[in-house]
Design a protein around this ligand. Structure first.
Ligand code: ATP
Length: 862
């Protein structure tokens, strides 16, 4: 017998559950039995595999083979060290890979879907992965169905099962038993399936299957956890890296030839040339980008911006437009009723007379034409409940005493909510509340100042239009209330929303968030256009936008209906002038994104509703609200704001810009240092000087001065001056001509001082020359790390601001001096003892390039 043919009683018995939910103990038991409600993921690579993966580089293999040959031909010590260094390198690489993986995992956790479950009489929000068969779950518009289940209570549920059945229309669901045994999934209308989207209504379901046993689980192939997370920057660097590798390999073959020509053995020359190639190829570039991105993603998550994919951080840095919802994102979403227009008069919120029939009826409709309580629910409705409490009314008692017979829930397109009640006296009354413009044509009567009902007339319409506008000018959100009596009960349709008696206008404030103003200023400073998008009234929206700084003189505010009349071209022509869109519905958001993208702008768009998903997907960065957002919107977004706050978006953009700058700097640091090493080797070999660096020296430099300082450069803290730059063009190549020539000049500069050190040492011996050159290269690169901490000179940036950079320098400096001071290491490194004066020479020679670069920066950015 299939679940859809069973009665509710049978189902409750079969799953040993009740409508008030399972006990925690039972849930625990079932979780052990059925496992988590997730799809099984492909197993991750183990530590050993990740470690050996680091050796996949063909150059490393050549080096390894050469070292082994060299070991057997009598060069035991240095061969041994080469292998050791390669192993160390792999450990470092494996550590970086695992670290990056871990932080990706924790990100995934943070954005994992949630659902509402009833357990032990209480409604809780839990991770969907925690569901077990027999759980009672509430689903409503905007949710993603968390597991397969049978509907036990249905309130107009409409579900889209496209992902499972391919049917793109929403399916109307029921809680009744189906008679046939053989029904396709799409026809099992009393069931819901994992992964479907709830478009409308609400339902209580009993979970029948979880995890891999769900219909979606059965067809899902193993999900690959380590799904490709390559960012556009990494992709373009990959291409660049391949070309660079080829160039370096050719150069090293050339150097190999020269060494052999100058009488070195083939094996020695090979070791040298390959070690140089290994040192010069910036193989740590890609892992460094991943590490920097994942570190920053973790930091951002702590600042309430949860980025779902690493590549979004990069995109954040080039955003030039932020289209933001008003309510809750720019404002506090803490509504308070301030003004009421009733009986032909406008007054403050305390002016109602509870003994007057019409006034009391308005307070009744505040309680009955809402679903919120005084603490939970839509803030617009909570504000109404709060006011009734000021009049000593109890919403719980009132709701108990009246019976809601039918309702048409609020939705952001109709902008109305309507309910039909049977009151204590058995009379049927319809209450409606909603946007003024949605109701204005639906009035037949109004109540005059004497409390008499009159036919609606032009004069009264003009009057309420004026009141509505005045309230909106003050930045108030205005709700319009209407009612009418019915002779008999019925199922409401939108056709019933007509021939109303005008009841009242209610104005409520929703103050801007304090941070919004500053954040908007920061946007404008950073060349980013903030745009307000709202379902609210145009004048209300414009007043608030002015207040926050989004709307400036000369800007335009338009409404959804005006937008509809514009062609795509017209919209593109004026989109840069429009800073407020009012009374919009979710489809308008797509057109707005489109228009900006046509102008080549990178556009961020916020959203929270079930219908916002397409716009969030269309935007370059879709941003969902963590608190008020639906699961569907969170699923479609690339970033989730845990605090729903506009200023968090700006923080994330600053981070995005900074990360890009840091990564660019890390690349610059690596490439300029490597250039210096190659130039020094090239010069010494062409000039027929003794061998300048031993293979072990080169590998030591690679190990010590590549990873640590470049990560340190990569994690340079945010600097507010990043806001003085315009948004980055996402198509701009990272290695522009200017950037490449800068690298080259720095490489030449450092190489000159290495060669000077080499000559100083050569006066005593070849070994001393090599020692001095090696130490100078090492130290100069460590100093050079400081140059790449930012555009400005190091004192302007703040010497101590980046602790990691100080540590990287300290560790490098200490290790280098140890090598120079411990005689037992001399043979392995191919160095010799040097005097105190030589130390001084090394320190000075390696510091000069950095001093020159810093002076140049100080002059340039004065
Ligand atoms: P955004 O969050 O995009 O800034 P918003 O929250 O201001 O938009 P909606 O919630 O779509 O916009 O509200 C639009 C209009 O619908 C409001 O101006 C108000 O007149 C009306 N409205 C809002 N909430 C309700 C409600 N619960 N019942 C009836 N009408 C409502």
């Amino acid at each position: 017998m299939k679940h859809f043919t069973k009665s509710k009683k049978q189902l409750f018995e079969e799953f040993e559950t009740v409508s008030t939910g399972l006990t925690d103990e039972e849930v625990e038991k079932r979780r052990k039995k059925y496992g988590e409600n997730k799809f099984i993921e492909k197993e991750k690579d183990g530590l050993i595999k990740i470690f050996f993966y680091q050796f996949k580089d063909s150059l490393v293999i050549i080096l390894l083979v050469a070292a082994i040959i060299s070991f057997f031909s009598g060069n035991e010590e240095s061969s041994f060290v080469i292998v050791l260094v390669l192993i160390l390198n792999s450990i470092l690489g494996a550590y970086q890979t695992i670290k990056a993986q871990k932080s990706l995992d924790s990100l995934k956790k943070m954005s994992s879907p949630k659902c509402k479950v009833i357990r032990e009489h209480e409604q809780l929000e839990v991770d969907s992965s925690e569901l077990v068969p027999g759980d009672i779950v509430i689903i409503e518009a905007g949710d993603i169905v968390p597991a397969d289940g049978r509907i036990i209570e249905n309130f107009s549920l409409l579900v889209n099962e496209n992902s499972l059945t391919g049917e793109s229309n929403s399916i109307e669901k029921t809680d009744e038993i189906l008679q046939y045994e053989d029904l396709a999934l799409g026809d099992q209308v009393n069931m819901v399936f994992s992964g479907s989207l709830v478009n409308y209504g609400r339902a209580k379901i009993l979970i029948t299957e979880t995890g891999m046993s769900t219909e979606l689980g059965k067809i899902a192939t193993l999900l690959d956890q380590t799904e490709e997370n390559v960012t556009p920057l990494q992709k373009s660097l990959d291409i660049f890296g391949k070309r660079l590798t080829l160039a370096i390999v050719i150069l090293c073959i050339f150097i190999f030839g020269i060494y052999v020509y100058h009488g070195n053995t083939v094996l020695d020359s090979l070791l040298l040339a390959v070690a140089l190639a290994v040192a010069a190829i910036p193989e740590s570039l890609n892992p460094i980008i991943t590490i920097v991105l994942s570190l920053e993603t973790e930091k951002l998550a702590k600042e309430n911006a949860i980025v779902k994919e690493l590549k979004s951080i990069e995109a954040l840095g080039s955003i030039s437009v932020i289209c933001s919802d008003k309510t809750g994102t720019l404002t506090q979403n803490k509504m308070t009723v301030k003004k009421i227009f009733i009986n032909g008069k406008l007054d403050d919120e305390y002016s109602l007379n509870i003994n007057k029939k019409i006034d009391k009826l308005l307070l009744d409709s505040f309680i009955l034409c809402t679903d919120a309580t005084d603490t939970i629910g839509d803030p617009t409705e909570t504000a109404l409940i709060h006011l009734t409490q000021k009049y000593d009314m109890s919403f719980r008692d009132e709701r108990k005493d009246s019976k809601r017979i039918s309702e048409i829930p609020f939705d952001s397109v109709r902008k109305l909510m309507t309910v039909l009640y049977e009151d204590k006296k058995g009379k049927y009354i319809i209450f409606t509340k909603g946007a003024f413009d949605s109701l204005i044509t639906k009035f037949k009567y109004f109540i005059d100042e004497n409390g008499d009902i009159q036919n609606i007339n032009e004069e009264f319409i003009k009057k309420i239009e004026k009141v509505n506008n005045d309230l909106a000018e003050e930045g108030l959100r205005v709700l319009t209330f209407a009612y009418k009596y019915m002779d008999e009960p019925k199922d409401l349709t939108t056709q019933d929303e007509d021939s109303y008696i005008f009841h009242a206008l209610v104005g409520m404030i929703d103050p801007p968030r304090e941070e919004s103003k500053v954040a908007v200023q920061e946007c404008i400073r950073g060349g980013i256009k903030p745009v307000m998008i709202t379902g609210d009234h145009k004048i209300t929206a414009r007043t608030i936008a002015k207040n926050i700084g989004i709307f400036k003189d000369g800007d335009m505010a338009i409404e959804g209906v005006e937008l509809e009349k514009m062609s795509d071209e017209e919209l593109e022509n004026s989109v840069e002038k429009i800073s407020v869109y009012a009374r919009v519905s979710p489809e308008h958001k797509i057109r707005i994104v489109n228009a900006w993208q046509k102008l080549g702008k990178i556009c961020a768009m916020t959203g929270d509703g079930v219908n916002d998903a397409p716009a969030l997907k269309k935007a370059n960065i879709g941003i969902a609200m963590g608190i008020t957002g639906t699961e569907v919107s969170k699923n479609a977004a690339s970033m989730i704001l845990a605090d729903d706050n506009f200023s968090t978006i700006v923080k994330a953009i600053i981070t995005g810009r900074n990360v890009y700058r840091n990564i660019k700097n890390a690349i610059g640091f690596l490439l300029s240092g490597n250039t210096a090493a190659i130039l020094a080797v090239l010069y010494s070999s062409l000039a027929n000087l003794p061998v300048i660096f031993s293979p072990v020296q080169l590998l030591f430099i690679n190990l010590l001065t590549d990873s640590l300082p470049s990560i340190a450069v990569g994690v340079e803290p945010k600097n507010e001056d990043i806001l003085d730059e315009k948004p980055r063009d996402p198509n701009e190549a990272i290695l522009t001509k200017r950037f490449s020539s800068k690298l080259l000049i720095e490489g030449v500069l450092i190489a000159i001082f290495i060669i000077i050190a080499f000559y100083i040492g050569l006066k005593d011996s070849a070994l001393k020359g090599s020692t001095m050159a090696f130490a100078t290269l090492c130290l100069a690169r460590l100093f050079h790390g400081i140059d790449y901490r930012g555009q400005r000179n190091i004192f302007a940036i703040g010497f101590f601001k980046n602790k990691f950079s100080l540590i990287a320098f300290g560790v490098g400096f200490a290790l280098l001096n140890l090598v120079l001071l411990i005689p037992s290491l001399y043979k392995i490194f191919g160095i010799t003892r040097i005097e105190a004066v030589n130390f001084l020479q090394i320190y000075i020679l390696s510091l000069i390039p950095t001093i020159l670069i810093q002076i140049y920066k100080a002059i340039k950015y004065r």
